[in-house]
Ligand binder design. Sequence first.
Ligand code: NAD
Length: 476
Amino acid sequence: MDFSSDFLMTINGQLVSATRSIDVVNPAKGLPFASAPAASAEDLDRAVAAAKAAFPAWRATPIETRRALLIQAADAIGAHADDLARLFVLEQGRPFEAAKGEILQTAYWIKATAALNLPSEVTEDTATRRIEVHHEPLGVVCAIVPWNFPVLLASWKIAPSLLTGNTLVLKPSPFTPLCTLKIGELLRDIFPPGVMNVISGGDDLGPMMTAHPGFAKISFTGSTATGKRVMESASRDLKRITLELGGNDAAIVLPDVDVDQVAEQLFFGAFFNTAQICVATKRLYIHEDIYDRLRDRLHAIAQTVTVGDGAEQGSVLGPVQNAQQYRRVLDLIDDARAKGLTLLEGKAVPEGGGYFIPITLVDNPPENSRVVVEEAFGPVLPLLRFSDIDDVVARANDTDYGLAGAVWSQDIDLAVSIAHRLETGTVWINHNLQSTPDTPLAGHKQSGFGVENGVPGLLEFTQPKAIYIPKAAAAE
Ligand code: NAD
């Protein structure tokens, strides 16, 4: 299989082109290097019809068989990690090793999700009756994915949908469709035709999908603004929805940390993947006793980290992924500069057409500045001074977002007590960016609706069914 060209959709087990196409831009160059099919309304209808036709047989397939096929799918992805990672670098921008890390993580995640079990319960078992609650698949799932972790986040939808007996139409972001299209091609011989369909397209395709009456469920990862549109569209026919949305995560650093030891972890907890991570630290609250030392340490790290083309040796962080996001992050930095805030810049970045922005730290901006209030989703990070725990908890919670947060301290009990006070779905103590396939990820407030991962994540793809069995009937 050629991973460098012939990007086609997978519909009903067939590779399909489209009459229109979209350009895919290499963010390190700012230039198109490939094109992907732009699905039409008819292509979408065909994909939904194929998924619908495949549903009865797939839901009747024993879960052990579905599990085994998911494991085969994971192995197929893992076996092509190098090919996929090379393509990933070109479309997403991340340096090769970290790109390959996402592909391998995807294979791991699919296997680990395949190992989960759907619970069924007995809520009553008396002399006269037995009540069983089973979890049944919903039908055809519409899966919509962003560009920051395009492959891993697709697997968070593929594995639970298919394990629970649903069929799927998956749409990658228009900015990063290529690896996902190749994965569709890789897996088309593993799953029966129609079980997993992959379609790509431009800005019109997402809204067409969420409005399509053939879907029973929408599993969406993306921005809060788009999530609200998805919810509105889903309301027309009460489609089930799971929304994993934006964040403005606070990390709180207490004065007892070893500054030299934690600085690098804090740095990459904010800037890995060029800070384009929903659960990255986006506001770093530092106790006043260590503020200056930690700020200077972070600035020193920023001056050593190479931001460059992910395809070149030595690049640690890549470009911002797309022109729209590049302009948005530059706008936030310009706003901070115009307000007279102090900006601390990292190492110089390549010039030319690529979407490169130097790592930028903002030295103790006011709490109401745009760079603090808005989700930057790019390499600019406000450092904020605090002196009092109640005050910093209130500031950390003073946002419409509630995805994740972190507390850094040698006093684990104190850190845990602060963790309980943060209004977020996840809190890390002395760590960042961890997640496991067994643990639910759920956005609080406007960071989400519903849950991904773990058994609660599986249940989002199912409908509970209670069956009341009279004992006489049960005995027959
Ligand atoms: P986005 O909302 O612009 O796009 C996400 C996806 O939705 C893309 O595939 C896009 O084509 C599609 N889309 C756009 N408009 C649509 C519409 N009206 N209806 C249906 N689909 C539509 O987000 P993005 O810029 O691709 O991703 C960055 C955002 O995603 C950030 O806010 C980030 O925090 C969030 N994110 C959240 C998580 C999480 O797990 N909570 C994970 C990764 C990213």
